[in-house]
Design a binder for this molecule. Structure first.
Ligand SMILES: [Zn+2]
Length: 146
């Protein structure tokens, strides 16, 4: 382990270890801008606390459409929605969809609502690739958000 990584480990309390989640665009961009407070997943997590949001390359037209319907501007053009690490949130709850959390929470069978608070967009997105699942936040990104 490098000295840099050891430093990160020291700063990261086990109870609030920062994780990262890759989310397709523009969902990821809507989250860090404070518009989308629910992330829909087919799996649950016991993680609570800080979570980096990575914006993947994939573009979801339905995300842009849902933002537009609510009168939220600026998320309809893939060219305006950055990829890479775009911000940080707090994951405060995960629960099964039960007709709640509209309009962002979907109600399909097997969907979990991940409840996000304290969104903070990074001034400049940090390039990097995402991974599947909820993963350990990359050290080079953590260094920029602390
Ligand atoms: Zn819900």
């Amino acid at each position: 382990m490098t000295a840099e990584l050891a430093g990160i480990e020291t700063m990261t309390a086990p109870s609030d270890e920062c994780r990262a989640l890759s989310v397709r665009r523009p969902w990821a961009n809507l989250i860090v801008a404070g518009h989308k407070s629910i992330e829909n997943r087919s799996w649950t997590s016991s993680h609570r606390g800080r979570m980096l949001i990575h914006a993947g390359r994939a573009w979801v037209p339905a995300g842009a459409a849902l933002a537009a319907v609510q009168g939220i501007d600026g998320f309809g053009d893939p060219g305006l929605c950055a990829g890479g690490y775009v911000g940080v949130v707090r994951l405060v709850d995960v629960h099964p969809a039960a007709g709640c959390c509209g309009p962002w929470g979907f109600q399909d069978d097997g969907t979990y609502h991940w409840v996000l608070t304290n969104p903070q967009a990074l001034p400049t997105p940090i390039p990097g690739s995402g991974r599947l699942g909820l993963y350990r936040a990359p050290a080079h990104v953590l260094a920029e958000v602390r």
